[in-house]
Design a protein around this ligand. Structure first.
Ligand code: GMT
Length: 381
């Protein structure tokens, strides 16, 4: 093993969502650079390619014993991290989403003592805005986050929220490394439009904060005036309510549910406008992936979304819970070909100039080296 090669552990969610995508893409890119990367999750995240050289996967299986009940994921994660850190002599644990991953890393470090890996925590969103903002969990989250060696966040907005919600000391360093997109895979594909029917698309994990019912309401308003279809990608707790609304509005024939198995790039490449009317969003990776495919975005003017979508340039932003305004913006885009073409080009160009994969991974790489460089010697252990 070369002295420059790092042994990295990555903990992330396997569920449909941006943090698993960023964790997978970053880890695979590190592996392509020659580092060894061990992933920890309950099952492999969808975008993790296990056939990549230098990648291993370690399933975190909850303790098979009835007393602590099923909610022992943090303990099982710590146990798995301890075992793999010892066997692989990990230099670094990069944990995505504070709770329970940073806690698992903290526990593992306590057990491993002097040979423990360094820890980088990437905050993602509701770990700060929901769990961190909950008075019962805020101290625990703060403790776990401060116990790491470095902290990153995907937007300036989320970094600021971390100070407020977790009560982090002002001198805490949080590096903002914006999320990124593989612009080779998420690219513009010129399509033949067989009919005049346009396509609106939404991608999410259908949690209440995504306001997927607003997606349907926006769609219903637009469809009242022009031929248009709705493509919904993903799944989650709100799916039955969304289904119910679609049926009660008589829209079933015009709405397609793709579930979680769809090729997101392919669906986006067949879209005219991307909708993201969320209540909160630290970044909105789906919006960025749409932009990379040249699809203008209509989204809520909240959280880190204005750092991604430029209002009036790469799409439109509107107040949360205002389907009327968002429907108006969609209609503008669908009725003004020049405006749509201009925003489509600007969206792609913004994705290319500000949110490319390699520069972002390079920044993570620099953090890895800085953090690991502070230990005695990773290569001589
Ligand atoms: O924090 C969450 O809600 C989960 C997470 C995920 O796994 O999808 O989403 C957050 O992280 C993404 C990747 O950094 C961001 O693109 C999402 O905006 C963010 N979600 C929220 O802030 C609600």
């Amino acid at each position: 093993m070369s002295a420059a090669q790092l042994r990295i552990g990555v903990a992330c969610f396997s569920t449909f969502g941006g943090s698993g995508v960023i964790a997978s893409e970053t880890g695979m890119s590190m592996a392509r650079r020659g580092h060894r990367v061990a992933f920890f999750s309950d099952k492999p995240p969808a975008r993790l390619d296990l056939s990549c050289p230098n990648i291993s996967f370690h399933a975190v299986a909850a303790l098979d014993y009835p007393v602590p009940a099923e909610r022992s994921y943090a303990l099982a994660l710590a146990a798995e991290m301890i075992e793999v850190a010892q066997a692989e002599r990990l230099d670094l644990l990069h944990v995505h989403y504070a709770v329970p991953h940073a806690l698992g890393a903290y526990l593992a470090r306590q057990v491993l003592g002097a040979v423990a890996p360094k820890v980088l925590i990437t905050l993602h969103g509701t770990d700060v805005t929901r769990i961190g903002a909950n008075p019962k969990f805020s101290s625990l989250t703060r403790f776990a986050v401060l116990a790491g060696d470095a902290i990153t966040a995907p937007s300036r907005w989320l970094a600021e929220q971390a100070f407020c919600n977790l009560g982090l000391p002002r001198e805490t360093s949080i590096e903002v490394i914006p999320n990124f997109v593989d612009t080779q895979r998420f690219r513009v594909v010129r399509r033949e439009i067989a009919s005049a029917e346009r396509v609106l698309t939404h991608v999410s994990n259908f949690r209440p904060l995504k306001r997927v019912e607003d997606v349907v309401r926006i769609f219903a308003r637009v469809r009242g005036e022009m031929p248009v279809k709705l493509h919904l990608v993903g799944d989650g707790p709100e799916r039955p309510r969304v289904d119910g609304l679609v049926h009660s509005l008589g829209l079933a024939g015009a709405v397609k549910f793709f579930g979680e198995g769809a090729d997101v790039a392919e669906v986006l490449q067949g879209s005219d406008v991307f909708l993201l009317p969320s209540e909160t969003e630290s970044f909105g990776l789906g919006a960025l992936e749409a932009m990379a495919c040249g699809v203008p975005v209509v989204a809520s003017n909240v959280g880190g979304l204005p750092e991604v979508v430029l209002d009036g340039e790469t799409g439109f932003l509107a107040p949360v819970g205002n389907p009327d305004e968002m429907a108006k913006q969609v209609r503008r885009l669908l009725t003004d070909e020049n405006l749509h073409a201009r925003m489509s080009r600007a969206a792609r160009s913004r994705a290319e100039t500000h949110f490319q994969l390699e520069p972002a991974v390079e920044r993570y790489h620099a953090v890895y080296r800085r953090v690991v460089g502070t230990r005695a010697s990773s290569s001589t252990r």
